[in-house]
Design a protein around this ligand. Structure first.
Ligand code: AMP
Ligand code: ZN
Length: 114
């Protein structure tokens, strides 16, 4: 998808603070962090929203969550706690239509979210 911000980050044509990448996923720092740790984990495959997931993506989504847990652990938040969030469509606040798993940690996170 030539018009997708996160596809451009994955391709390296827009710079980002990459923290992890493998064959399936790329993780980078959120440009507007909402917590001391705020990274986004994105699949290399362009998938606009969770509504567009296919059964064949199950393994990919699993690897996104395992990457989230690994990054939280690497930054020392395994026990303290962290939050993982997918926003889907307008009322949830999705602004980039390439699925991304937010990983937030490093402060007390309120519940319910706003
Ligand atoms: P969402 O609102 O769930 O779609 O999340 C999109 C996230 O992408 C927001 O938290 C933005 O701060 C973040 N974002 C937007 N542009 C960039 C960028 N160029 N590099 C890193 N993060 C970005
Ligand atoms: Zn994309």
């Amino acid at each position: 998808m030539t018009d997708c911000l996160f596809c451009k980050i994955i391709a390296g044509s827009i710079p980002a603070g990459l923290v992890y990448q493998d064959d399936a996923v790329v993780a980078f720092k959120d440009i507007n962090p909402q917590a001391p740790l705020h990274v986004l984990i994105v699949p290399r495959k362009h998938i606009p929203t969770l509504n567009d997931l296919d059964p064949e993506d199950d393994r990919l989504v699993g690897s996104m969550f395992r990457t989230a847990a690994a990054l939280a652990k690497e930054h020392g938040y395994e026990t303290r706690g962290y939050r993982t969030v997918f926003n889907t469509n307008r009322e949830a606040g999705q602004t980039v239509f390439h699925i991304h798993l937010h990983v937030l940690a490093g402060r007390g996170l309120t519940w319910p979210p706003g």
